[in-house]
Write a protein that binds this ligand. Structure first.
Ligand SMILES: O=C(O)c1ccc(O)c(O)c1
Ligand SMILES: [Mg+2]
Length: 591
């Protein structure tokens, strides 16, 4: 599989983009005309730079508004084209992307389109250039790839083929299986992009909201399967117009982009039983082994965990690290951190095979992390997620030999007796890293995106996407902070049998829970036909409440310590949500 990427995906000037693509490991690039026009380097210098970086210029793109024009205007189209053929010659690339006409077409009959495409191709042929014709979803007369293919077939020129772009095909809901009817040698190029489900005009959707494969809702492995079954063997190229990636560090985006292609190639190969491009299958986590909070001084968190009924599991024998547990929920407090603010530094995942999990992660392109260990200590293997939070793997069942490294606490039995488990972990991301985080959790951990909600907070809308294992054993909520708001604190939610009990215990031990306004309880009474005694108890303890068709959810939040807080939850019946309705109240209370 050769990999390529359109320069339009990245931020910066053209030369910077090319460096980023090469460093990430792409084989080639599609150079966007506008990027070249704005570059200080000549086409010859860009050509030399690409050669030095080992990047092939796979395509020059796009040429617009050529076909379907009155004959009197077509001479001008050809004059423009010749000027760009000159540029391509200087760049040393022979493939030009021609988009279907969106602006100047006034003639929509196929005879005219075929004749003009043929003439355009003949001019290109005289220069040794090939033309890849792409149906844009908002083209004036040509929007459907099957229409574009039909015109190309009828024009019947050896140097005229089609460019397939997953966005234009899947955004219109076209059946991609027709791709298999296209002659393999006539698929000149393939552009790949994912996108979220949006009810938006297709032009704005395409220009602002495309995503890398694995981050949106298109069925890209199925799409790519059709293209490969058709016999396409050219590069897999990413063309992602996205406001966020245009602003983020080009190096980071290029790495992120290549990971998305590795994921897609692997998924596609797996779906078809092909052995090429296969990675180690993901080790879907069976549960959370531990959550590590790091900070300079975590004594307040020792107190907090004690108030929440966690049992002290001891001190690490060689590091300033302490263990607390409640049922199967284990929290590690690590004071080796350089930064003073407490934060969620790592999450341990229980898997069947840690080596396989590591292999998978490295195959996708994640970066391995190293922790200093001493003789006789278990060396945990793991990788950094896009924002630096580390993910470690532990073998299941929790043989947890690392637990033996802690001494001086209560027995593990005491911790187990307290009862509890990690229900979910809520991770806040800045706007630049959110999509990369979705891809990381999809591709490395094998989690699936569930629902996305937008919740009003005092500093703007917070977008929240739930990702979980198919069996729900690991549930993460990925939250996207509004761009101007401070970083979102992260939290760990612990599921207990009786949250009311835990709240009373915590209060008796001196913990002040997050203060919930009385208006919230008045509103609860309006939203639900709730037993007055129960409502009074919720109000008295400061508990939050939600209900769905399966059951109820009762929960409370602790105050925030630096970048971390805890939530204690009780699920009654088969309640499946996360109490999203009370999130705006929580965000305001935390202000
Ligand atoms: O939005 C556009 O103009 C545009 C240009 C080139 C492409 O390949 C494409 O898919 C869209
Ligand atoms: Mg395209």
């Amino acid at each position: 599989m050769r990999t390529s990427i359109a320069t339009v995906c990245l931020s910066g000037q053209l030369a910077e983009k090319l460096h980023a693509c090469a460093e990430a490991g792409f084989d080639g690039v599609e150079i966007m005309d506008a990027d070249l026009v704005a570059a200080p380097e000549s086409p010859e210098e860009i050509r030399a730079l690409c050669a030095r970086l080992g990047l092939r210029i796979d395509m020059f793109q796009p040429f617009r508004d050529a076909e379907g024009v009155p004959e009197s205007d077509f001479a001008e189209v050809l004059r423009r084209a010749e000027a760009k053929f000159d540029v391509m010659e200087r760049l040393g690339t022979d493939l030009m992307l021609l988009c279907s006409n969106v602006a100047t077409a006034t003639i929509g009959d196929d005879e005219t389109l075929v004749r003009q495409l043929g003439e355009f191709a003949d001019r290109a042929a005289a220069r040794g250039i090939r033309i890849a014709y792409e149906a844009l979803a908002w083209g004036r007369f040509v929007q459907d790839y099957r229409h574009a293919w039909n015109l190309v077939r009828r024009a019947d020129r050896p140097n005229l083929g089609v460019c397939l772009d997953s966005f234009h095909i899947l955004s219109l809901g076209l059946d991609p299986s027709g791709i298999e009817q296209i002659d393999a040698e006539k698929i000149f190029f393939l552009q790949l992009a994912d996108a979220p489900d949006l009810d938006l005009d297709v032009l704005s959707w395409s220009r602002h909201h495309r995503l890398f494969p694995g981050e949106g809702s298109f069925e890209l492995p199925a799409f790519l399967s059709h293209v490969l079954r058709a016999g396409y063997s050219g590069p897999l190229s990413l063309e992602v117009f996205n406001d966020t990636f245009r602003q983020t560090d080009a190096r980071e985006t290029a790495d992120h982009a290549l990971r998305s292609l590795r994921w897609l190639a692997d998924q596609t190969a797996a779906a078809n039983g092909w052995s090429e491009d296969r990675l180690q299958a993901p080790q879907v986590p069976r549960g959370v082994d531990f959550v590590e909070v790091a900070g300079e001084d975590l004594t307040e968190l020792d107190q907090l965990l004690d108030q929440l009924g966690f049992i002290f599991g001891g001190r690490h024998r060689s590091k300033p690290v302490r263990l607390w547990s409640r049922g199967s929920a284990r929290v590690i407090l690590n004071e080796q951190a350089r930064e003073s603010q407490p934060r969620v530094a790592s999450v341990g995942m229980l898997v069947d095979d840690t080596e396989a999990a590591m292999h998978r992660a490295l195959g996708i392109g994640a970066d391995e992390v190293f922790r200093r260990t001493f003789a006789g200590e278990q060396r945990l293997r793991g990788v950094a997620s896009p924002d630096g939070t580390q993910v470690f793997w532990s073998d299941r069942p929790p043989s947890a030999s690392w637990i033996q490294e802690f001494a001086g606490g209560e027995t593990e039995h005491a911790g187990a007796a307290a009862g509890g488990a990690v229900d979910h972990i809520n991770l806040g991301y800045s706007w630049e890293r959110f999509d990369a985080a979705v891809l990381f959790h999809t591709s490395v951990l094998g989690l699936e995106s569930e629902s996305t909600a937008e919740l009003p907070g005092p500093r703007g809308l917070v977008r929240s996407t739930v990702m979980r294992t198919p069996d729900g054993a690991v549930q993460l909520a990925l939250n996207l902070a509004p761009p101007s708001a401070p970083a979102l604190a992260r939290h760990v939610a612990i599921r207990v049998d009786d949250v009311t009990d835990v709240a009373r215990l915590a209060r008796d031990r001196g913990l002040s829970l997050l203060r919930i306004p009385q208006n919230y309880y008045d509103d609860l009474g309006a939203r639900f036909d709730i037993d007055p005694a129960e409502l009074a108890e919720l109000r008295e303890l400061g508990l939050l409440y939600d209900r769905d068709e399966h059951g109820a959810f009762v929960h409370f939040y602790t105050p925030t310590f630096g970048g971390v807080f805890f939530e204690m939850v009780e699920r009654r019946g088969g309640y499946v949500g996360f109490g999203a309705a009370s999130t705006p109240v929580r965000l305001n209370a935390q202000q």
